[in-house]
Design a protein around this ligand. Structure first.
Ligand code: GLY
Length: 269
């Protein structure tokens, strides 16, 4: 998950693909999954790649009543031993959260947890972290009250939070953006203004990718200069490799079909 600094990414929670996956929400990158068996193969390859990179992975059972349940990133925001349980922006996804919260509370004994109340809404997929600087997307899933809840959590650590308005042709901030290292932000042309991220800390950089590689801008940076990337985005791959990073490509076609990206499928904790 994007809320854990790259150097802290040692444990990940994932959730299996449900047999109802063809009913998953899809509006941006595609019109919906067509092959559940292939999605399961791709998801297993994702888990294997994390494990091969040294990440300890725990996989929760799927819930067939919730076609989007594999997209765990949206359901919990873990920051330095604290956890915010957002109210997800899609009503059909709210009931995915309890087993995820239960697992994280038992895995992180003593973790401080806060819930969102009232009309606050947020998907964890709207948050990225660049070292100790956070960005949140104000999107169709994340509103100002949700952002205020996140700000309360980050104020506790004295971490800065900047808001990015997500255009209507994108789902989440992480749908179009990621931090493959704690110094780099990848973003496609055609979605955000050049100044959207503001002035970055010394040594940090925004790297613009071609619009047609928007999906490829979602990557998972791991310790040891390793980055998981989606297969089929040559500029993203070459750009990261030019910076000395080792890329591992994964076929994400059936996950993309439900607007899911690499980061959507895990919570690092
Ligand atoms: N299909 C992922 C989502 O819309 O939340």
């Amino acid at each position: 998950m994007a809320t854990v600094r790259v150097d802290q990414k040692h444990r990940a929670l994932v959730r299996s693909v449900p047999s109802s996956y063809k009913q998953a929400l899809a509006r941006f990158f595609a019109t919906g999954p067509t092959d559940v068996a292939l999605a399961k193969v791709q998801h297993q390859a994702y888990i294997d790649a994390l494990r091969d990179a040294g990440v300890e992975v725990h996989c929760l059972d799927a819930d067939d009543n919730h076609p989007d349940c594999m997209f765990v990133e949206d359901q919990a925001v873990v920051v330095d031993g604290h956890m915010l349980l957002p109210t997800p922006g899609a009503p059909s996804r709210v009931a995915e959260q309890p087993p995820i919260a239960e697992f994280l509370m038992s895995a992180l004994e003593g973790i401080q947890t806060c819930n969102m109340g009232g009309d606050a809404r947020m998907d964890g997929g709207d948050i990225i972290r660049l070292g100790n600087l956070f960005f949140v997307g104000r999107s169709s899933r994340t509103n100002d009250l949700g952002i205020a809840s996140l700000r309360s959590l980050l104020d506790f650590f004295d971490y800065e939070l900047r808001i990015i308005d997500i255009p209507p042709h994108a789902l989440h901030l992480t749908s179009i953006c990621s931090t493959p290292t704690d110094e780099l932000i990848l973003i496609p042309e055609g979605y955000l203004d050049a100044e959207a991220f503001g002035t970055l800390p010394d040594g940090c950089e925004v790297i613009w990718m071609p619009t047609e590689e928007a999906y490829g801008c979602n990557t998972i940076g791991l310790p040891n200069q390793t980055v998981l990337i989606a297969e089929g985005y040559p500029t993203v791959k070459a750009t990261l490799e030019q910076r000395g990073l080792k890329t591992i490509e994964l076929d994400m076609s059936e996950i993309r079909a439900a607007d899911g990206s690499l980061t959507c499928c895990s919570i690092f904790y």
